[in-house]
Design a protein around this ligand. Sequence first.
Ligand code: C2E
Ligand code: MG
Ligand code: MG
Length: 749
Amino acid sequence: MVNRIFLRVWLLWLLSFAPAWATQGGTPIRIGVFDNPPIVTATPGKPPEGIAIDMIRWIAKREGWKVSYVADSFNNLLSRLDKGDIDLIAVIAYSDERAKRFQFSKESLLSNWGMVFRRAGVHVESLPDLKGKRVALMRGGTHTQALIELSRQFDAPFTPVYVGNFPQVLAAIAEGRADAGAVNRVFAAVHAHQADVVATSIVFNPIFVHYAAPKHANPAFLQALDRDLAALKADPQSAYYDSLRRWLEVSSTERYPQWLPWAATAAAGLFVLVLAVAGFLRYQVRRQTGELQRRADRLQSEIRQREQAQQHLNQLAYFDGLTQLPNREGFRTALEQALSAMQGTNERLALLFIDIDRLKNINDGLGHGAGDLLLQQVALRLQSVLRAHDHLSRFGGDEFVVIVSEIDQTSDAELVATRLLSSLTMPIDIGSTQIYSSASVGIALYPDDATSMEVLLKHADTAMYQAKEQGGNRFLFYHAQQTARVVERLTLDTRLRQALERDELLLHYQPIVDMHSGHIVGVEALLRWDDPEQGLVLPGAFISAAEDTGLIIQLGEWVLEAGCAQLRAWQEQGRAGQMTLAVNVSTRQFEGGRLVKSVEQALARTGLAAEFLELEITENVMLIMNDEVRCCLDCLRGMGVRLSLDDFGTGYSSLSYLKQLPFHALKIDQSFVRGIPGQPGDTQIVTTILALAKGLEMQVIAEGIETREQYDFLRDRGCEFGQGYLMSRPQPADRLVDLLDRPTCPRSV
Ligand code: C2E
Ligand code: MG
Ligand code: MG
């Protein structure tokens, strides 16, 4: 905007001076000029000069024209020419397009072409290098449009920086407003010598500079101009060549033959053509390379996506989501590889089948979330004690398998098993609860026990089962006899269910006596199975199997009701006095809060008062202690039922729990009683338990008293109640009734 206002003011000022440098007399001719040195130099305040002006002056003088000059921008001059505001434009390149609008002189003033200059430090050597650059161009110039067209053909679009004339093009480059710019070669020959402006090898758009008149001007005028110009150009000594020498500082005729401009034009054309072809080829190569690169990238990305998908599938197929350990399939692959690598060698391998003890209790007691957390912790602990080449996998549930390769001797596998078990000895924190975990481990050896994967796995599983049956928290090697035991155990569950249906279960009662008086104060109901094939079967043979399968819940309910019914019957016969009934309860009976309901039901159905019922719960209840179990115990106590801790000293007890939980009594396990009074360790333990119970104000019942020494020892150290073969073996109800009236153990003398 400011430029435009400036231009107008300048034009008005220029026109006011026009008469001063207009040629006097003759036919008036208005000639449009714009600054395009050295062909025309239109400096404000000065008459125009340059090659085109020299020629005009010479011809005007000869033809008797009265010349006046109109300075304006090139674009405006074209409009003025259209409208007939001016009679001639002093410098205009010929183009077919323009030839439709104006009349051109036949003679050209000189030949010219576009040249690209660049700013020092900017890389522009061929047309494609212009891509994305800022290129200064004279607005409306022939070369301007030509360069834009060319760059389009070469797929090298740039950002044009338009200026009014060529000097401004060079200024834009020198001042850094443009990276490159285009001027014509005639201008460049004289003016393009700034420090920061460097000529490139890009030349383009060869043109011929002419004079042009409005379309409908009198042709005689241009004919005169053509005639005079031709004469001038024909004479090497003419004013034409003087002017060229003066303005271009070169002597065309002296240094170059007359055909040189034509040859130069042709050469430039050829050069442009070569450049165009080279650029085009380069462009094609680039385009093709780019396309190939794009395809390669696409292919690469597809491969990456497929790899990721494959990895994800592998993760799902071969790994366990909870512990991130390999799953059953992952194990299978690893074992197959290990076994095939060992083919034909003397190497051995051990398979360790690990089963976490009592996970079901934890799931049931604390919820599956806690069970999951436990499994994750267990997995970490197991992994932490394995060597890098041992392979740990999770089989699902609470089962893990370790492949221990490079075994020299059996003790190597034993060592790994021991390390695995000891990794679980420290309690595991699950939220606010601490859980003591242990595992049962079965070991099968390759090739000693089996050579196929399936059989090896089966044997390790069998050995694990045996380890579990023996109380868990241990490892066992596989022995052929174990298989028979597993089969036996599988059929046991079926047979037990049938026993319950066929009424083959019964209770024996063992007296619990007051150690001072020898009188029976209670009886413990002990389950028996009258198997038609094997005779009387003791609970040791089937309780743990029933706990595993959950059948213990139904068995327990049966015992509760049958025991309560028996005591109620003795009470009704007037034989029971204040005698209590102790019933053993498995920790599994706490599941789902069923125990309270079962007790309520048994008492309600039999009519026994709650205070005559005592529930014996093993110490291991501490392992599953949670709000639900605690609430259940409180509820039973609230009902008036007595609670005792069975087999005290063999499992896990927490002193803080002992203080908090509503137990009436502790039952010292018979394994400690067995060693008294002879064995100092047992004696010490029993004495400590007695002191502890006293401190906690709990009653103590000693189990398994078989000798008078044991009896006396216990009684003398304050044990109030006892139970054992010395007083009576467990008896069927009808035989026990005979004992009720008399002391079962005479006082020692
Ligand atoms: P327990 O509750 O500790 O029962 C005491 C066990 O010690 C009984 O074995 C009993 O016969 C035995 N015993 C008693 N006095 C002596 C003795 O002086 N010397 C020896 N060596 N043993 C003695 P039993 O009847 O074989 O029961 C074994 C275990 O089976 C019981 O141990 C109890 O944990 C479980 N059990 C028995 N009946 C049931 C039941 O109805 N439900 C549940 N859940 N478990 C039961
Ligand atoms: Mg018991
Ligand atoms: Mg016991």
